[in-house]
Design a protein. Structure first.
Lengths: 332, 332
């Protein structure tokens, strides 16, 4: 096999992104040089941050230009190694991009221990999303037992970990999710104390009932109207980890009228990007891995099959059509 | 003398507060009991937080009810003492309220050292406003030498101290103030690097020119359009101490569309109220006092004369008509 499939950005979307903004191509696989490995990617991770990378506006990382390979984390198997540190057959995590094969320096690749956890978990619960959840919750929110923690996009790759970790800290945990099936999963499988469907007509009423003692920690993934509603329930000295604003990608920014609550309640609102502190990842990953092995962290995956279906799966994820961590399976 | 003048809240203002919301009355001065002192108030402090206390909406402290004495800090002289800790003639700081005389427990009163600093400074530069400036700047913003610090209401009791302290830390300091006279004072007397008149037609252009390296620390007193404009210049990993939103008292809250900047730039935005940490006040006051004595902290006062003029001076202060710390002189 000398060729691979790749998905490139075709044009930058204005407004909603669609499959038409991407293109599939075949290209020759570069041969691995000294110190490099050739990897067969089995799993591609789809994550909301990718939407920022293809937006015309400035974001926190360098964007993907039209004609360039889409960025993304992948889990795969080493097919060929010119490095002492990796052997053929090793399972590895890398920033492989939206492609079936990648050639890259072995030192940019993490060898995986798949004993007791599926390799794909390194893209979700014990990967970047899980580490994001841990970082925002533990270092910004710092929840104490008995406090009320709220997370939106609660059934997703990040939110599901946030809530389960907060339960482990002895908190009351309330999730916000889209639809009854996700809420059912959040409460009955993940063990949250409550979950509110943000599509419900009486969402605000249900929210008020679910947080009778107010909110001490908010892990914010969505932004917009949901964030605004949550802001009105924040307690004095509460903390907000601002992780994402996925509702804001495809429209004019929402106008927030409740900023005064931050003053009156002495709230700490802090934005964060998990990739700012790569040095913290190994220890956090071990914590998460131990909890997965111990059964304290449940997770769920939405799987699209075939690289050619990655664009549609990506768009669907941004619309909330996924249920749990969105992956693309690149092998049969 | 057995009677005193007091100003009570008459009705809660909806929209702009005016002198008609207050009433002056004479009342008998309660005699001082064991452990108490009788104080002749010389100076009454007028501060923006008082507007929150008379608002119908919830704020961070208990409100003043119609018919009750207006709250406020005062500096005065002990006329009569039934306490071992204070003597007749001592100058003291207390929460004396809007009245000419107060009877209160000696332990609720701070004896002042007026050696080298005027007594009124304990209501401003080395009082609550100065301590507010220190707390927000030093514990939330934590500016480093070479960083750019911006403060609005820059000529006021809090803003003037923020900027001078930041200069002392080796920062580039930019003030926002209302009008050319205040800006002239901010630059030429207080020593800020630049000051922008927020009433100028090309305010946004001037702001962009004044912070060519972006903003690392923002000390926010005003809120609304000014805060929104400043948010667009925040640097990655910048900090915002949210101290006040004085522009928001008399109107519907401004709609902020730039919250995404907090995420993208990993900004820490934190509200604070200086009275939350009274245990920190003595040490901070000593730091400020040393800087006043050493000439590193300049200050300016706007003085209204006579308790009967306190309501008009208070309303004027909320409109930015004061220039420096607003006081009422209660003695001839």
């Amino acid at each position: 096999m000398t060729t691979r499939q790749q998905i490139l950005l075709k044009t930058r979307p204005e407004g909603w992104v669609g499959p038409e903004h991407f293109e599939l191509r075949e290209s020759v696989i570069p041969s691995a040089q000294d110190g490099e490995v050739l990897i067969r990617n089995h799993w591609l991770s789809l994550d909301p941050y990718m939407r920022s990378r293809i937006a015309p506006e400035k974001s926190y990382a360098q964007g993907v230009e039209p004609g360039q390979l889409m960025v993304g984390a992948t889990v795969g198997e080493v097919l060929e190694s010119h490095s002492d540190t990796l052997a053929v057959g090793d399972w590895v995590l890398s920033a492989g991009g939206w492609q079936t094969h990648a050639t890259m320096p072995a030192k940019q690749v993490l060898k995986l221990d798949t004993d007791g956890v599926p390799a794909s978990a390194y893209l979700g619960v014990i990967g970047m999303p899980g580490i994001t959840a841990w970082t925002g919750l533990m270092t910004i929110c710092e929840p104490k037992a008995g406090e009320t923690v709220v997370v939106d996009a609660a059934s997703g790759a990040v939110g599901s970990v946030v809530g389960q970790l907060a339960k482990g800290e002895g908190c009351r945990v309330v999730g916000i999710a889209g639809g009854a099936a996700k809420c059912d999963y959040v409460v009955n499988t993940l063990g949250f104390d409550a979950c509110i469907d943000h599509r419900a007509e009486n969402f605000k009423q249900q929210l008020a009932q679910a947080v009778p003692q107010g909110i001490d920690c908010l892990f914010e993934n969505v932004g917009g109207e949901i964030f605004e509603a949550l802001l009105t329930h924040m307690n004095p000295f509460s903390r907000i980890a601002l992780c994402g604003m996925v509702s804001e990608f495809n429209r004019a920014p929402y106008g927030h009228h409740t900023i005064r609550s931050i003053l009156i309640n002495r709230i700490k609102l802090q934005g964060f990007i998990v990739s700012d502190k790569p040095q913290t990842w190994p220890a956090i990953r071990e914590q998460l891995r131990a909890r997965v092995l111990g059964g304290q962290l449940q997770f769920r995956e939405s799987i699209a099959h075939g690289l050619e279906n990655a664009p549609a799966a990506f768009v669907g994820m941004l619309k909330g059509e996924n249920f749990g961590k969105q992956l693309v399976k690149l092998t049969p």
